[in-house]
Design a protein around this ligand. Structure first.
Ligand code: NAD
Length: 468
C-alpha cells in the first residue's frame, strides 16, 4: 500500500507557505492543467478507451474537453469573482465598512469514481485550485489506466499544487484518517457514509456528489422521435454508466408504445443494429458490474436488446418492461438498461417520484406548461431539465449537485469557487466618532429607547403590530 501521509504533508506545506493565495498562482495552475490535457489528450483518451471503451470523441466531449472548458471558464472569470463584495452596514454599527471575501480553505481531498474518472477528479481540482487551495487526488482504482495517466502527468504540470494517491479502500481509509480542510467525494451512497463519518472526526466540511434513480417523464405533447433520441443518447452514453442518465421512463401506456418503437429506431441510429461492432458504444467497467447488470436484466422483461458478451464486457442497449417489484426498479441501474414504466398520467408520475429518494436529476419531456409547472412545483431533485437529459452539466453557470439522498453541495464554475472557498466576513470600524457609547452599559432609559428604535422595535413598530 502507498504511504499517504507524505503526499498530504507536502500539500499542507505548500499551502502554509502562502504561495497559493495570489491570483497569478491560481491562474498559472489552471493554465497548466489545460496545457496538460492538450499535450497528452491522446494518452488520456487511450486510457479512457482502455478502462471503459470510450470513443475518443466521447472522451473529448465528456472528459478531457469538459475539464479544459471548465478550467478556461474559471480562468476567464476568476478575477471578477474574487472581488470583495461590499455589504451594507446598519445604523447601530456605523460608521464602518463591511465586505465579504472568498478565502481559500487549505488542503482539499478529492475522491473520484470510475465512470468519468478524469472529469470527476479534475473538474473539482480546477475549482479547488482556482480557490487557492492545494489538493490531494484519489482516483478510482476501477479505472486503472486513467488513474495511472493522471498520476504520471499531474506531478509534472502541477508540482506541489496537486498530489495523486492511487489505490483503493486501504489508501482512501488512510487518507480519511488525516485532517483535510474540505473533502469532495463523488461516488455511491455506501462509500459516502464512510466519508461522512470520517469527516465528522475532524469536523471537516464535505461535498457529496452521489447518484440514485433519475426519472424521465414523457407525455403525448412532445416530439416522440426527437425525445427518444435524446433519451437514448443520455441513457446509453458510456454504456449507461452515467450518474445523471435517465434511469427509467414514466409515461402513459398510449405514449409508451410509440415511444418504445422510437427508442429502438434511436438506438439503431446511434449504435447500429449490432452495438458490439460500434466504436461509439462503451463497455461495462468490470466483471462484477457486468454480472450485476446481467442479473438486473434477467430479473425483468427484456423487450429490446439484452445481447451480451462477458469476455469483452459488451452489453447491448436494452429496453425493459418491468413488473412491480423487479429489482431493476429498486436500485440505481448504472448500466445500459432502460425500463419503460406505465403510469396513468403526470399526477401518478409525481407521486411515484416523491415516493422514492430525491433524484440527482429529473427530466420532463412535455410541451404542456401546466405539466412543466406541476413537476417544478411538486417535486424536488438536484436538477430539473425540460426536453433534454444530462446537458445541464455543460452549462457552467448552473450549480451541479444533488439534494437529499443524491448528495449535498454543488460545483461547476463560480459554484466550484464558492464550494472550495470560505466567504469571510470582514468589518472595519473607525474610532471616531465613538458611536458604540450608545450601546455600552450602563443602560439608561434613553439608551433603551435608542436600541429599540435601532432594532426596528420602537413606538412605530408597536403600532404596526396592532391588529387592523
Ligand atoms: P464508489 O462509491 O464505489 O467509489 C467512489 C470512490 O470511493 C472510489 O475512489 C473508491 O475507491 C472510494 N471508496 C469506495 N468504497 C470505499 C470505502 N468503503 N471506504 C473508503 N473509500 C471508498 O462509487 P463508484 O462505483 O466509483 O461510482 C458509482 C456511483 O457514483 C454511482 O452511485 C453514481 O451514481 C455515483 N456518481 C455520482 C456522480 C455525481 O456527479 N453526482 C458522478 C458519477 C458517479
Amino acid at each position: 500500500m502507498q504511504t499517504v501521509a507524505p503526499a498530504v504533508a507536502r500539500a499542507r506545506e505548500l499551502y502554509d507557505s502562502g504561495a497559493t493565495r495570489p491570483l497569478a498562482w491560481r491562474l498559472e495552475q489552471l493554465g497548466s492543467l489545460r496545457r496538460m490535457l492538450a499535450e497528452h489528450r491522446t494518452e488520456f483518451a487511450d486510457a479512457l478507451a482502455s478502462d471503459l471503451g470510450k470513443h475518443a470523441t466521447e472522451s473529448l466531449l465528456t472528459e478531457i474537453g469538459f475539464v479544459s472548458a471548465e478550467a478556461a471558464h474559471l480562468e476567464k472569470n476568476l478575477e471578477a469573482w474574487l472581488r470583495p463584495r461590499p455589504v451594507a452596514v446598519p445604523l447601530a454599527v456605523q460608521p464602518a465598512k463591511a465586505w465579504t471575501e472568498l478565502t481559500p480553505l487549505g488542503v482539499v481531498l478529492v475522491i473520484g469514481p470510475w465512470n468519468y474518472p478524469l472529469q470527476l477528479l479534475l473538474a473539482p481540482l480546477a475549482g479547488a485550485l482556482a480557490a487557492g487551495n492545494t489538493v490531494v487526488l484519489k482516483p478510482s482504482e476501477h479505472a486503472p489506466a486513467t488513474s495511472a495517466a493522471m498520476a504520471r502527468w499531474i506531478p509534472e504540470y502541477l508540482p506541489g499544487a496537486a498530489e495523486v494517491v492511487q489505490g483503493g479502500i486501504p489508501e482512501t481509509t488512510a487518507l480519511l484518517a488525516l485532517r483535510f480542510d474540505h473533502i469532495f467525494f463523488t461516488g455511491g451512497q455506501a462509500a459516502a457514509k464512510v466519508v461522512l463519518r470520517a469527516a465528522a472526526e475532524h469536523l471537516t466540511p464535505v461535498t457529496l456528489e452521489l447518484g440514485g434513480k433519475s426519472p424521465a417523464y414523457v407525455d403525448s405533447t412532445t416530439d416522440l422521435a426527437k425525445a427518444a433520441k435524446r433519451l437514448a443518447w443520455g441513457r446509453f452514453m458510456n454504456a449507461g454508466q452515467t450518474c445523471v442518465a435517465p434511469d427509467y421512463i414514466l409515461a402513459a401506456e398510449d405514449v409508451l408504445v410509440p415511444l418504445e418503437r422510437e427508442l429502438v429506431t434511436a438506438i439503431g441510429a446511434l449504435f447500429g443494429t449490432d452495438s458490439s461492432r460500434s466504436e461509439s458504444y462503451g463497455r461495462i467497467v468490470n466483471d462484477r458490474h457486468f454480472a450485476r447488470i446481467a442479473a438486473l436484466a434477467d430479473g425483468s422483461t427484456v423487450v429490446h436488446g439484452g445481447e451480451r458478451d462477458a469476455a469483452s464486457r459488451h452489453f447491448a442497449p436494452t429496453l425493459l418492461r418491468p413488473a412491480p417489484g423487479d429489482t431493476v426498479m429498486g436500485e440505481e441501474i448504472f448500466g445500459p438498461l432502460l425500463p419503460l414504466v406505465p403510469v396513468a398520467g403526470r399526477d401518478e408520475a409525481i407521486r411515484m417520484i416523491n415516493d422514492g429518494a430525491k433524484p440527482l436529476a429529473l427530466y420532463v419531456f412535455s410541451n404542456d406548461a401546466g405539466t412543466r409547472r406541476a413537476f417544478a412545483e411538486r417535486t424536488s431533485s438536484g436538477a430539473l431539465c425540460f426536453d433534454v437529459p444530462a446537458a445541464h452539466l455543460m452549462v457552467p453557470g448552473l450549480p451541479f449537485g444533488g439534494v437529499g439522498g443524491s448528495g449535498m453541495g454543488a460545483y461547476h464554475g463560480e459554484h466550484s469557487l464558492r464550494t472550495f472557498s470560505h466567504e469571510r466576513s470582514t468589518l472595519a470600524k473607525t474610532f471616531r466618532p465613538e458611536t458604540l457609547e450608545l450601546i455600552y452599559p450602563p443602560y439608561t432609559k434613553t439608551k433603551h429607547r435608542i436600541i429599540s428604535a435601532l432594532a426596528g422595535m420602537g413606538a412605530g413598530f408597536r403600532k404596526r403590530l396592532r391588529p387592523r
